[in-house]
Design a protein around this ligand. Structure first.
Ligand code: NI
Ligand code: MN
Length: 224
């Protein structure tokens, strides 16, 4: 079960555990209808340090007690802000948690923290259980490194990819990324939140269809 909270923020339930990605809810006017107090999490995964990915991370980590999975620099930043239940990783690393395995993938982007300090390298995540896998790309350009992700076992069933352009891949690059990772079922993220990343939803879905791919654009608060 995947629920969209706006921008790049999702909850994905894996084996009964709620994985919350890149919480940015209270500063997002499009997510004004979401009560942050209703958000539950067993794990919080942070792709990089930008405000539009970590704005509610400290608050929700403390409130829920969820374990935060992130790169080393975000781990240190969380510790300075009183979040001790965290697991540091870095690009290329994998670790087996109770819900499945997290592999940190290359994301071609930048990463600084809201206080201006260095945020380490941005990452994406491949989450795998014994029977299924999905890819959360984070903020990234299209990169040939994504071809390596196609070797994921079990094969990817779903990919959460940025489609808004300007700061990340746009729709056309996300279609190429979908080829690179060999996964034709995509949920879009990082679109419409700011003026720079407004998209034409119908055209985006149509472009995916023309390439025999599926683009799912969830409404904020909607689950599939
Ligand atoms: Ni970013
Ligand atoms: Mn971003």
């Amino acid at each position: 079960k995947t629920t969209y909270w706006g921008h790049a923020c999702f909850t994905v339930e894996v084996r009964g555990k709620k994985l919350l990605f890149d919480p940015f809810i209270t500063p997002n006017p499009l997510a004004a209808g979401i009560d942050i107090e209703s958000i539950e999490a067993d794990y919080i995964l942070l792709s990089h340090g930008h405000e539009d990915h970590v704005a509610d991370a400290i608050y929700l980590a403390k409130k829920t007690g969820a374990k935060v999975i992130c790169n080393w620099e975000l781990f240190v930043w969380l510790g300075k802000n009183g979040v001790e239940n965290a697991h540091p990783m870095n690009t290329g690393g994998s670790f087996r948690f109770d819900f499945g395995t997290v592999k940190c993938t290359v994301a071609q982007h930048s990463s600084s923290l809201p206080d201006g300090t260095y945020g380490g390298n941005p990452m994406g995540f491949v989450i795998s259980t014994d029977t299924e896998s999905f890819y959360y790309a984070g903020d990234t350009a299209l990169t040939l490194d994504m071809q390596l992700i196609s070797a994921t076992k079990p094969a990817l069933q779903l990919a959460l990819l940025p489609i808004g352009g300007n700061f990340t891949m746009d729709v056309n690059d996300a279609i190429k990324a979908s080829d690179f990772i060999q996964c034709n079922r995509v949920i879009g993220l990082h679109f419409d939140t700011f003026g720079y990343i407004k998209i034409d939803r119908e055209k985006a879905i149509q472009s995916f269809n023309e390439n025999n791919k599926e683009l799912i654009l969830l409404n904020i608060g909607e689950s599939i």
